[in-house]
Each structure stands twice: as C-alpha cells, then as structure tokens.
Design a protein around this ligand. Structure first.
Ligand code: 5AD
Ligand code: SF4
Length: 477
C-alpha cells in the first residue's frame, strides 16, 4: 500500500499503553500511515484506552462523543478504532454505545491491525463477506511481538533519548480490586534475546535510557538463549551492557517479587537508577489480606529496609488505594502510618473504584464517596509534603541529568534526574541525548533547575570549574 494516510493515536492510562501506541504506529507505518498530532486531519483515529478505574474507562465515551460531533460538523469520513483495556473488557458493548466506532481491538491482537482495518474498511464500503461487526478480543496463541513492526531509525530519533520496552505482560496475582488479570491476561515474559535485539536497535537510534515495563515486571522470567529462565536482575544487567545505554529503570514491581538478586543489582549497577516504584496499596494488614495482595506491611518495611541498605540514595514511589470495601478509620490510619514510616519521593493515590467482574466490587462494606474523598485528601496532603521535602533536599545536590528535550524558553533544555524529576538547565539543543552533571539551584513544585558543571557534551569545554563525574561513579548521597 503506497497511498499516504494520516493516523492519530491517543493513549490513556499506563506506560504500557504508550509503548503499545508506538508499536501500533510502527506497524501501520508499513501500511502507509503517517502520524499526525491532531484528530482533525486524521484518516484513522485510534483511542488506546484504560479500564483500571471507572473514571478512566468513561473517558473513552466522552472522547468518542467529541469525535463524532467534530466528524459531523466537518462532514468528515474517518475510521475510528478503540484499542486497549476498555476494548478488551467491553468488546461489542462499545459498538452498541458509540456508533462512530468501526473497530474494537484488544491488546493481544494489535499485530492483526492491518488486516482488521482492511476488513473494517470493506465493511464500511458495504463489500460482501465482511463481518457485520469488528470486535477482536481473542488471546491468540501466537506472540504478537513477533509480528509487530520495530520502529524505524527516524521514528526512534523523533521519540527522544528515553524509551519504554515491554518485557512482561499480564498478571497472575488477582488482587481483588484489579481488572488487569482480565484485560491483559495471564503473565507472559518475552524471551531475553528478543528484548535485547529491541534495545540494541533503540540504542543504535540514539536512545540512552531504557525503562523495562510490565504489569509485574519483577516477576520477569523470560527464556535465555539456552532455554533457561532469566530473572529481571539478569535482564537489567544485559540491557545496561548494550553500548550506548546509560540508564535502566523498571516498572511496575510487586513487593512479593523483590528478590535478593534484584536488590543486589541496585547495589552493584550504577546504571540502574536509584528510584523504585513499589505499589503497597494499603498500610493495613486486614485490608491487604482482603485485597489478596500476598504481602503484609511488615514485608513491605523489610523490603524497603533491604533495598535502602543496598542503595542508600534510593528513593521510593508507590500506589495507594483508599476506601477499599470495609476500610475502617483504623485501617486508614495504618496507611498514613506506613507512609510516615517509609517516606516517599512521589506517589499515586486513588479512591477505590469498583470494577465489573472483580471480587471486591461485590464485597460488603462499600464506602460512601465522602469518606473516600476525606481520606484521599488527607493522604495526598501527606504525600505532597513528603514529595516537597524530598525535592527540597535536592537543592545543592549534584547529579547526572539525561537531557531529553527543549525547554519552554530558548536556550533551555529539560532533562530528568535519577529520581525522574524534571530539571531545567541552560544548554544548546545539540546536547540532547547526553548526560550532564548538574548542581540543583532552584526547586519548585513542577521541576528543579540547575547549573551544568560538565558532562558528555561539555567534556573538555570550559563550563564552570567542577570536573565531570561520570555515570559510572556512584551518585553522592
Ligand atoms: N480502584 C482504584 N485504584 C485502582 N488501581 C487498580 N485498580 C483500582 C481500582 N479498582 C490502582 C492501584 C494500581 C494502580 C495502577 O491503579 O493502585 O497499583
Ligand atoms: Fe493488578 Fe494486583 Fe496484578 Fe498489580 S499485582 S496488575 S494490582 S492484580
């Protein structure tokens, strides 16, 4: 197919959706689709949806309503596909509720997009033999990653020096509040060699930082070349060894799967960033049991202590749910107590949202909205104070920043600290993709700013007086 058509993809929710959106874009690029950043001039719109909470899931319908209105006003012919976890969970229901939709495709079928789109088009033009409704939500036996196109060098360059790579998908943990085991399916790890091929390709295109992603990433157990399962610690080591890769991160982890080797990797590997997102959900053992979390608060404290011992400058982030069915004032106080004891550099907190088909949705003791609101307000205030204190403690510290993109004003670049904070510095555009040694000068709620002391791009240039301290040396505490 050589005719050029325009594709607009909008992703909601987690980082895996961002990654999936890129894989879909790369696959459709082979079919002649070029990306546009506006739905108005797109021939094909893909909404890549999230089903984790009701609010997220409802967004797709308001977005579809908006699209339909814009289509009518402009008299536009546009194909609309709904992908992601709402597609998986609601299937044909979406076509019933939103007539603008031509195709519903679940996360395990993205490799079939070209043929599904051709069929949806045939259906539109009334060709005989085309299926009446296009809903693809099977969990096929083949591995979609074997069929999804890799990005071109140009696409990698456009996406900047950091990249996500899915290494594991799905979940077998079945927390009672969570839809993921139903929407993403059983836990599957990609083979080590295929992940490394992808990382080598990204590094060749200029990527410097890889975030390994999976719903249960630290349960990774992909096969190595000898057919033996490799764990996440080994995968991280192999990824960090790829020439050009300076930094590695991984997310999201489950406390139960933080094994000794992974903790040791935080001690031994400077390229593994000292920042760990480790969802705890609640500080109450009673609620953790009702959530089927398979860990208690004591295990969480123990892991935090062990990781901190291995890597004293590590910072933690986490996810919390307030207002889970049956959560009492004492249970909530336990969550506040846990936060106080651990100290988080950043965190996400949510009001419990009953999800269709999950055990917790049918539990007794569902809490009223005002109780959930009061608790989330108190929890977020505490987490905000902790974040502000963590950021403030960075003033005057020196660390390496990966320069990612231009800032708001000419001459500025924005990079990320080891702790994922945005850091604004003055540097030329050519420095994008390099590590710069920065001393943090200003701290605000949104970002830090600092002075460049040296770095890969600045090596040998007369900037400041302090020598560049390479990535291989440990960060100062
Ligand atoms: N209600 C509220 N928050 C939820 N999460 C997952 N399911 C629900 C739910 N039903 C949160 C958890 C998880 C994060 C990705 O979303 O905190 O770690
Ligand atoms: Fe959902 Fe629990 Fe699996 Fe995380 S571990 S994806 S919260 S079921």
């Amino acid at each position: 197919m050589s005719e050029q058509r325009k594709l607009y993809v909008r992703s909601f929710g987690c980082q895996m959706n961002v990654y999936d959106a890129q894989r879909m874009t790369d696959t459709l690029a082979r079919e002649g689709y070029v990306e546009t950043d506006s739905p108005d001039d797109a021939d094909l719109v893909i909404l890549n949806t999230c089903h984790i909470r009701e609010k997220a899931a409802e967004k797709v319908y308001s977005e579809l309503g908006r699209l339909r209105k814009a289509q009518e006003e402009a008299g536009r012919q546009q194909m609309v596909a709904v992908a992601g976890c709402v597609a998986q969970a609601e299937g044909a229901e979406i076509i019933k509720r939103a007539r603008a939709v031509d195709l519903v495709v679940g996360p395990q079928s993205y490799h079939k997009l070209p043929e599904l789109l051709a069929e949806a088009e045939a259906r539109r033009s009334g060709k005989a033999g085309a299926r009446a409704k296009l809903v693809e939500t099977e969990f096929p036996v083949e591995d979609k990653f074997d069929f999804l196109a890799p990005p071109t060098r140009e696409a990698i360059g456009k996406r900047g020096p950091t990249a996500f790579v899915t290494v594991q998908e799905g979940c077998d943990k079945f927390c009672t509040f969570c839809v993921v085991p139903y929407t993403r399916g059983a836990e599957v790890s990609r083979p080590l060699a295929k992940i490394l091929d992808e990382v080598i390709r990204l590094a060749d295109g200029g990527v410097r930082e890889i975030t390994l992603i999976g719903q249960n990433v630290n349960a990774y157990h992909g096969l190595d070349a000898a057919g033996r399962p490799a764990n996440l610690a080994e995968l991280v080591r192999r990824v960090a060894d790829v020439p050009g890769i300076a930094r590695v991160r991984y997310t999201t982890s489950h406390p139960r799967d933080m094994d000794e080797e992974l903790i040791a990797a935080h001690r031994d590997m400077p390229a593994l960033m000292p920042y760990l997102h480790l969802p705890v959900q609640s500080g109450s053992n009673r609620i953790l049991a009702a959530m089927n979390r398979k860990h208690d608060r004591e295990l969480f404290f123990e892991i935090v202590a062990r990781v901190r011992e291995a890597r004293p400058d590590i910072a933690f982030s986490s996810d919390f749910i307030v207002g889970f069915p049956g959560e009492s004032d004492e249970d909530f106080a336990d969550t506040m107590d846990l936060v106080g004891r651990v100290g988080f550099a950043s965190a996400f907190s949510f009001k419990y949202s009953p999800r269709p088909g999950t055990p917790a949705a049918g539990m007794e003791g569902q809490l009223p909205e005002d109780v959930k609101s009061a608790r989330i307000y108190a929890l977020q205030a505490l987490l905000d104070r902790q974040k502000a204190a963590f950021d403030e403690a960075c003033r005057g510290r020196r660390f390496d920043i990966l320069l990612e993109k231009p800032g708001r004003f000419p001459g500025q670049l924005i990079g990320r600290s080891p702790y994922l904070q945005s850091v604004v510095v003055e540097a030329p555009r050519e420095a994008i993709g390099t590590l710069a040694r920065v001393e943090v000068r200003e701290v605000s709620t949104k970002s830090l700013s600092g002075d460049i002391l040296g770095g890969e791009f600045f090596a040998g240039r007369p900037i400041g007086e302090t020598r560049f301290i390479g990535q291989s040396e440990k960060l100062e505490a």
